[in-house]
Design a protein around this ligand. Structure first.
Ligand SMILES: Cc1cc2nc3c(=O)[nH]c(=O)nc-3n(C[C@H](O)[C@H](O)[C@H](O)COP(=O)(O)OP(=O)(O)OC[C@H]3O[C@@H](n4cnc5c(N)ncnc54)[C@H](O)[C@@H]3O)c2cc1C
Length: 184
C-alpha cells in the first residue's frame, strides 16, 4: 500500500502547483493524472505539422507566476508573445505596447475618413494597457522567499492606492463600447 501525506487529483497547472508546493515543504505527495501527460488545459499538441495550444497562450504574471518560478527555482524560459493581426489585406505584427503607433497608422491608412475615431480607440487601448499594468503589477508578498511580509507593506500600500484608482476607471467601462467611446 502506498503511504503519502497528500494525494493531489489532476495534473493541470493548479494540481501541479499544489503538488510542487507540498513537496517543497517536505511532504510526500502522490499526483494522479488521468491523461498521458500533465498540463491539463495548458498543453501543446501537434496536428498536420502545426503546433496548437489547447487553451492558454500566455501566462500573465498577476503577482503569482514570477514569484512561484523564483520560489521553486524553476528553469523556465520567458519568451516574447507576439501575435499577428490581419485587417483586410494587411498584416501587422504586434510586438507589444510599442506596436500601437503602427496599429494607428494602419487603421488611418485604411480608413482615412475615421481618423478621429481611430485616435479615440488607440487612446482607449492605451488606457486599458495602463490599467492592466496596475492589475498585474502586484508583487505578491505571499510567494516571497523573504518571509518578513511586513517589509513589503509600503510597496503594497502604494499599489493598493493605484488599484483603487484603476478599479474606479475600470468600473466606468461597464457600458457598451460605442457609449464608452463617446466619453474617451
Ligand atoms: C481557450 C482557453 C484559453 C485560455 N487562455 C489563457 C491564457 O492565455 N492565460 C492563462 O493564464 N489562462 C488561460 N486560460 C485558463 C487556463 O488554461 C486555466 O485556468 C488553467 O489551465 C486551469 O488549470 P487547472 O489545473 O485548474 O485545470 P485543468 O487544466 O483543466 O487541469 C485539470 C487536470 O485534471 C485532470 N483530471 C480531471 N479529472 C481527473 C481524475 N478524475 N483523475 C485524474 N486526473 C483528472 C485533467 O486531465 C487535467 O489534466 C485559458 C483557458 C481556455 C479554455
Amino acid at each position: 500500500m502506498i503511504q503519502k501525506d497528500f494525494i493531489v487529483v489532476g495534473g493541470g497547472i493548479a494540481g501541479l502547483t499544489a503538488a510542487l508546493s507540498l513537496a517543497h515543504s517536505g511532504k510526500e505527495v502522490l499526483l494522479l493524472e488521468k491523461n498521458k501527460s500533465c498540463g491539463g488545459l495548458m498543453t501543446t499538441f501537434e496536428k498536420n505539422g502545426f503546433r496548437f495550444e489547447a487553451g492558454a497562450r500566455a501566462l500573465v504574471n498577476a503577482g503569482l507566476v514570477k514569484p512561484l518560478i523564483k520560489e521553486f527555482d524553476l528553469d523556465v524560459e520567458m519568451l516574447p508573445n507576439p501575435i499577428t493581426l490581419g485587417i483586410e489585406d494587411r498584416l501587422l505584427r504586434i510586438e507589444g505596447e510599442q506596436s500601437l503607433t503602427q496599429y494607428a497608422e494602419l487603421l488611418k491608412d485604411l480608413y482615412p475618413e475615421s481618423k478621429l475615431e481611430v485616435d479615440r480607440i488607440i487612446q482607449s487601448i492605451h488606457d486599458v494597457i495602463e490599467d492592466m499594468k496596475v492589475l498585474y503589477g502586484v508583487n505578491n508578498p505571499l510567494f516571497s522567499k523573504q518571509k518578513n511580509i511586513l517589509s513589503r507593506v509600503p510597496s503594497m500600500i502604494s499599489w493598493m492606492l493605484k488599484l483603487i484608482k484603476t478599479l474606479y476607471r475600470i468600473q466606468k467601462m461597464n457600458t457598451p463600447f460605442e457609449e464608452h467611446h463617446q466619453h474617451v
